[in-house]
Design a protein around this ligand. Structure first.
Ligand SMILES: *Cc1c(COP(=O)(O)O)cnc(C)c1O
Length: 440
């Protein structure tokens, strides 16, 4: 290891733990009160623009995806209290969860069964709208259900959409692009599960497989796409559009909390825990929530021990200039949705003043937590998703944060939300294999 990186190991305990493949919990020393945060890379108005766009598309989405009839074309998931899981964590994991524990079930989002149904689908819709508006085939005041007309399939069929993915992003981009009529190519890394490749191929998506990791799949995808002027590349490492698609979750969650009469204010803090890969999904959701709740919401990312790229990028301040491999970490994890070795610099910069901390978790615990959630609440989510409990099971460090923020006497009235990021589309036999993992 070079001496530059050794310096971080010597001075930042969480980085030292991470390099030793030990679970850890890093608290962000650069967290600032909201009024001192100065975010220049994005503007909150852009969230409203994204929300409006999704509303314009609602009539189309409802037309082409029957499962969206009930919500009139809005892609949203349930927010459910999980009191039995709280008991399970407080006893089996010696957690000290006070207040309410809830699950945001993006694991069950319609269309693609993961959090990527927010950002991924949004970005494809945005691209389709741009093309159709430019060509004079669509006006923003039209009823977008006209996009289901075969003439649009022919129009979009002239264009290609490409993306590099560990699986779930490819599912969202692939399913949505194919539905609109785009030619679509998904570049899948070695971590991607076979069933995801099979499902995409069955929907007419071209899947190219790589023996290498996620970054390599993205690189090839980008190259392929750049060589074709009719091709659009969904850039998970830098995309503002993906990020904004995720950020709409903030307002949606606010409406759900209000509907369930759950206050968020000075006396009722909100704690959010979201699994992190490259950072777009947890970053976008965090950005959206911070615009609404400011200092009353506390956002934590969670990562596998073997793919703790955001922790290393943020704790060292090197962002995308550092990868887990630089610290001798192999990047191999069963949490395929989080198997990313280098974080997004864009996301790192945006969340730097607003992120509370990052906790890491070992793969074997993901399976135990998966079984625990199924047994206690009868909810199945995939291993990556279970990382959302990583901070809650490290009660000593979480307590340190609570004390530092002066929240100790308010935790009885706190709401904790573990963000379940994927799982409902996992096929039965894969599910069974997961549930038996690590049992002797
Ligand atoms: C992609 C993904 C995440 C994290 O999203 P990033 O944008 O990569 O940080 C979390 N959980 C699941 C299941 C995912 O597929």
């Amino acid at each position: 290891m070079n001496s530059e990186l050794q310096k971080f190991i010597d001075t930042i305990p969480a980085v030292a733990d991470a390099a030793l493949l030990k679970e850890t919990f890093w608290l962000n020393p650069k967290l600032l009160p909201q009024k001192e945060q100065n975010i220049t890379l994005l503007h909150p108005e852009q969230i409203k623009d994204a929300k409006d766009r999704l509303e314009r598309f609602a009539t189309y989405l409802q037309e082409v995806f029957p499962e969206l009839k009930e919500t009139r074309g809005i892609i949203e998931s349930e927010l459910r209290e999980i009191p039995e899981m709280k008991k399970f964590l407080n006893t089996d994991y010696l957690s000290d969860i006070q207040g309410r524990l809830m699950l945001k079930m993006d694991s069950h989002l319609p269309i693609s069964g993961s959090v990527k149904a927010r950002g991924g689908i949004y970005e494809v819709l945005k691209h389709a709208e741009d093309l159709a508006l430019d060509a004079g085939l669509l006006k923003k005041t039209d009823h977008y259900r006209i996009l289901a007309d075969p003439k649009f399939l022919d129009f979009f069929g002239k264009y290609t959409v490409q993306v590099g993915s560990t699986g779930n992003l490819g599912m969202s981009i692939g399913i949505m692009s194919a539905k609109l009529g785009f030619r679509v190519i998904v570049h899948m890394s070695a971590d991607a599960k076979q069933w995801k490749k099979d499902l995409l191929r069955s929907r007419g998506v071209e899947v190219i497989e790589y023996a290498d990791d996620y970054c390599a799949a993205v690189e090839q995808g980008r190259k392929n796409s750049d060589a074709n002027p009719m091709s659009y590349f969904v850039d998970d490492e830098n995309s503002r559009n993906l990020f904004l698609g995720y950020s709409v979750a903030g307002e949606r969650l606010k409406a759900q909390l209000e509907q369930q009469n759950i206050p968020v204010d000075d006396e009722h803090p909100l704690f959010i825990y979201i699994p992190c890969g490259i950072g777009g999904a947890p970053g976008g959701v965090t950005y959206g929530l911070k615009q609404i709740y400011g200092d009353h919401v506390h956002c934590f990312f969670t990562e596998p021990v073997h793919a703790c790229c955001m922790l290393l990028g943020m704790a060292t301040g090197l962002q995308d200039q550092v990868s887990v491999k630089d610290f001798g970490i192999d990047g191999r994890t069963d949490a395929d949705g989080l198997a990313v070795g280098r974080p997004s610099a864009f996301v790192g910069k945006v969340v730097e003043p607003m992120l509370s901390g990052i906790a890491t978790i070992e793969d074997n615990k993901l399976y135990d937590l998966m079984r625990g959630l199924l047994a206690s609440e009868n909810i199945f989510i995939e291993p990556s998703s279970c990382a959302s409990f990583a901070a809650l099971i490290r009660s000593a460090e979480l307590k340190r944060y609570v004390e530092k923020m002066g929240l100790s006497d308010k935790m009885k009235h706190a709401t904790h939300i573990a963000w379940a990021t994927g799982g409902s589309m996992v096929p039965e036999e894969t599910r069974t294999a997961y549930l038996n993992m690590g049992l002797s």
